[in-house]
Design a binder for this molecule. Structure first.
Ligand code: UGA
Length: 460
């Protein structure tokens, strides 16, 4: 249930593994698109996978009203609906709650008794305790339907499992087939066994694939209680965000003392206890997951009157990184009024069209408020960015964005932006030709040789 990044990718991958999958959504337009092979968002490899599943008769799409019929036959229902950030930072569970009630009603209306309990898998990122909350709402749904006279044999049993996802946008298909671990939390062994069977081909790496020729190593299948599985998800994202904010803090100090954070990150990353990934300094993290999950974890701590000071600082460092882009531009350009600034890359990270909490939009709107003209380019997210922020002029060629620009900011390190022709860029730009490299993705020497004033993050 839910055809967002998590639901659709999980559904298409489970179908590829040989299961029979129906992806359910309430958005008819989205379903229509999916049935004709149109993906609702850009995710490499997904279109192909969906087409394969549909072609082999293992994947189809249904409206949420049809869920009653599906509950009859399904071994498991994955709940992969949105859990947006509420006003106080906590996760808004209204979509999860609606789905849980629908499942309850469907269970009560069952005409034929099920042989085994329905396994309800919480795949959406939900706060600790949501497993029990979902159980309660399913029971509510059952009671409501029975109270209204639903006369099915059903009211069959159900079991709730937490199965957090660790997919990265842009490589979600790859991550589904080659995860570092699969986590399942439940109070019942039976439910964990169903999940293990579903994921068996991934755990054993026994599915046929052209995707990755690595030697096959079994994927750890971690089973826990419900609350721990829910916490594992938040702790993973919070740790990764902490790692990024940590290196950004070091980058800021590097800048003051004249050290190079890239060298520092490479060397500290070689310590196996630290690890080299997620140590790229720059304008920090955005997207649909880290900001929302860190806010939700902080909000959860507040419910217990616990001050999560480390997480508060992680978030504060991230806010400061974005502001630094403006500070760097002001240092070189002084006033930004009347200046043209090229924004290279608009999605929150490469290989996705996702603009949720994208630094580009925040930076563009501050530039607008300071009287500058921001001109953005992105290989896939341009149109959507223009719709979200009318003050942002969007063009469809990076060099067009650079034409006449007094400064350029590299915001998203798409391959085509990392490999930009810096001489051509410089020839097109106006003095003082400042290049703020928000992801430390370019070669500073090459930029300077091309005649640009290069400003990285923490690079001496
Ligand atoms: C993240 C996690 O990596 C996934 O494991 C998780 O499943 C997902 O959230 C989720 O909760 O659904 P995602 O948001 O797609 O995935 O993107 P990441 O690749 O983790 O990047 C997050 C942000 O951190 C991006 O804005 C990226 O530019 C930034 N980042 C990443 C850095 O600033 N520095 C780095 O070194 C790495």
């Amino acid at each position: 249930m839910g055809t967002g990044y998590v639901g659709l990718v999980t559904g298409a991958c489970l179908a590829y593994l040989g299961h029979r999958v129906t992806c359910v959504d309430r958005d008819e337009e989205r379903l229509k698109g999916l049935r004709s092979g149109r993906m609702p968002f850009y995710e490499p490899g997904l279109e192909d996978l969906v087409a394969r599943g549909v072609g082999r008769g293992r994947l189809d799409f249904a409206r949420v009203e049809g869920v009653a019929g599906l509950v009859d036959e399904a071994d498991a229902i994955f709940v992969s609906v949105d859990t947006p950030q509420g006003e106080d930072g906590s996760a808004d569970l209204s979509s999860v709650a609606a789905v849980a009630r629908q499942i309850g009603r469907a269970l009560a209306e069952l005409r034929t008794g099920r042989g085994s309990p329905l396994v309800v898998v919480n795949k959406s990122t939900v706060p600790v305790g949501s497993g029990d909350y979902v159980s309660m709402l399913i029971r509510d749904g059952i009671e409501e339907a029975i109270g209204e006279g639903a006369g099915g044999e059903g009211a069959a049993g159900f079991l709730v499992v937490s199965n957090p996802e660790f997919l990265r946008e842009g490589s979600a298909v790859y991550d589904s087939f080659f995860p570092d671990r699969i986590v399942a939390g439940a109070d019942s062994r039976e439910a964990l066994d169903v999940l293990r069977t579903l994921y068996e081909p991934v755990i054993e790496q026994s599915f046929p694939t052209e995707l990755d020729p690595r030697p096959k190593v079994a994927v750890p299948f971690i089973t826990t209680d419900l609350a721990s599985a829910e916490m594992i998800k938040y702790a993973s994202n919070a740790f990764l965000a902490t790692k990024i904010s940590f290196i950004n803090e070091i980058a800021n100090i590097c800048e003051l003392v004249g050290a190079d954070v890239s060298e520092v990150a490479t060397a500290i990353g070689l310590d196996a206890r630290i690890g080299s990934r997620f140590l790229n300094a720059g304008i920090g993290w955005g997207g649909s997951c880290f900001p929302k999950d860190i806010a939700a974890l902080r909000a959860a701590a507040r419910e217990y009157d616990y001050e999560a000071i480390l997480l508060d600082a992680v978030a504060a460092v991230n806010v400061r990184q974005r502001k630094q882009v403006i500070a760097k531009l002001q240092r070189d350009l002084h006033t930004l009024k009347g200046k043209r600034i090229a924004l290279l890359g608009l999605s929150f990270k490469p290989n996705t069209d996702d603009l949720r909490d994208a630094p580009s939009l925040e930076i563009a709107s501050v530039l607008d408020s300071l009287g500058a003209r921001a001109v953005g380019y992105d290989p896939v997210a341009g149109k959507a960015a223009a719709q979200k922020l009318p003050s942002l002029k969007v063009v469809f060629d990076p060099y067009e964005a650079l034409g006449g620009a007094h400064a350029a900011v590299l915001i998203t390190e798409w391959e085509e932006i990392r490999t930009l022709d810096l001489n051509r860029a410089s020839a097109l730009m106006d003095e003082p030709k400042v290049l703020v490299d928000g992801r430390n993705a370019l070669d500073p020497e090459a930029a300077v040789e091309a005649g640009l004033s290069y400003r990285g993050f923490g690079r001496g």
